[in-house]
Design a protein around this ligand. Structure first.
Ligand SMILES: NC(=O)c1ccc[n+]([C@@H]2O[C@H](COP(=O)([O-])OP(=O)(O)OC[C@H]3O[C@@H](n4cnc5c(N)ncnc54)[C@H](OP(=O)(O)O)[C@@H]3O)[C@@H](O)[C@H]2O)c1
Length: 332
């Protein structure tokens, strides 16, 4: 199929530091080496894709490039015994969409070690409504569970709650029986969060303490933080003794202005979440849960479906912190 052409969203560096984004025809020869070829049916938009699409060299070094850290589709060719043509699969993370041509393209070619067989109970479309953001949310909830944060222990805070990771975290936690408090900068979207299962919505300002005090009144048994900075610091200082705070993002700030007191006086633990390179065994376990007990009933309610042609406006929106829920990219 080397002469076959297909459509992809391509970012070019037209001169140093100047990037252009276009829909282009590509050939299979444009794709990198790999032993599995997937016809992509769905991808999704994550914050990292917006960074790649706007030339962030920390994410993507070389252009032309097709972003897209997520893809679900059907195997077209495989030279690896574990996979065969016609099989439905998910590929996310590792180097997909970073320095390997990604899911904003009708075809990807990847190493077989990156490929997750579609778990029973999840469709190609549903898997990409979750996507990397949903996987990261589920991974965060799994960590809370592993460290003993059960629903009866008390309230769990989710920050950046209307975003991709945040909205899925609210919905999974609610489905699992937790009392979820959602913090958002979009207070006009409170009903959206209540519909996903949040018990209470607080404003970003209410979730930010700038008094400089080293400890605040304890409220949270667990926290899923997606934003970093002052909000994460405030959440840690407001966590009950031996509570768990997960940290996955830095849209507010990569800094963490805090001292050691919550850790040494309350035994609070800060748990890092890195979905990109999470091991395959863990990946498959988490996808199984997203296909079963964590398969949220509100998947469609948090989805905006777009085509490759509509990516540009959605990339601008996510960079401004304006994304609500998940943006599903349909390439089928
Ligand atoms: N570590 C990992 O494995 C991993 C995986 C996936 C994503 N991430 C990271 O997680 C973060 C969230 O990703 P996402 O895909 O959910 O992005 P997203 O859809 O853009 O959601 C981020 C949300 O954060 C809030 N926010 C935006 N700007 C903010 C600011 N300046 N201060 C405070 N809150 C702000 C907004 O929610 P509200 O308006 O509701 O507050 C926004 O919707 C990103 O930093 C991303 O890179 C990490």
């Amino acid at each position: 199929m080397s002469n076959q052409t297909f459509t992809a969203y391509v970012v070019d560096e037209v001169e140093k530091g100047v990037f252009e984004r276009n829909i282009k025809e590509r050939t299979m020869d444009d794709l990198p080496e790999g032993n599995v070829v997937v016809r992509v049916h769905y991808s999704s938009l994550n914050y990292k894709d917006a960074l790649s699409a706007t030339g962030n060299k920390g994410v993507t070094r070389n252009f032309p490039h097709s972003p897209g850290v997520d893809a679900s589709g059907v195997i077209e060719e495989s030279s690896d015994d574990r996979f065969s043509p016609g099989q439905e699969v998910i590929v996310h993370g590792y180097d997909l969409g970073c320095n390997t041509s990604g899911g904003f393209s009708e075809y990807i070619r990847v190493p077989a070690d990156w490929v997750v067989p579609m778990p029973e109970g999840l469709s190609l479309r549903e898997s990409m409504i979750f996507g990397t953001a949903g996987y990261t949310a589920a991974y965060s909830v799994q960590r809370l569970e592993e460290f003993g944060v059960t629903p009866e222990k008390g309230e769990v805070l989710v920050t950046g709650a209307t975003g991709g990771v945040g909205s899925v975290a609210v919905a999974i936690l609610a489905k699992a029986g937790y009392n979820v408090v959602a913090s958002t900068g979009k207070t006009d979207q409170a009903q959206f969060l209540l519909d996903l299962g949040a018990k209470e919505v607080i404003s970003r300002d209410d979730a930010t303490d700038d008094s400089g005090r080293p400890l605040l009144k304890g409220r949270w048994s667990g926290v899923v933080d997606t934003v970093g900075g002052e909000i994460l610091a405030t959440a840690i200082k407001s966590t009950n003794p031996r509570g768990i705070v997960t940290c996955c993002g830095n849209v507010a700030s990569a800094d963490l202005p805090i001292n050691v007191f919550p850790f040494i006086l309350r035994g609070v633990s800060l748990v890092g979440i890195d979905s990109q390179d999470s091991p395959m065994e863990q990946r498959q376990k988490i996808w199984q849960r997203m296909a079963s007990d964590w398969k949220i009933d509100t998947l469609e309610d948090l989805t905006t479906e777009i085509t490759l042609q509509e990516l540009d406006t959605n990339i601008e929106l996510i960079l401004k912190g304006g994304q609500k829920g998940r943006v599903l990219v349909n390439l089928s």
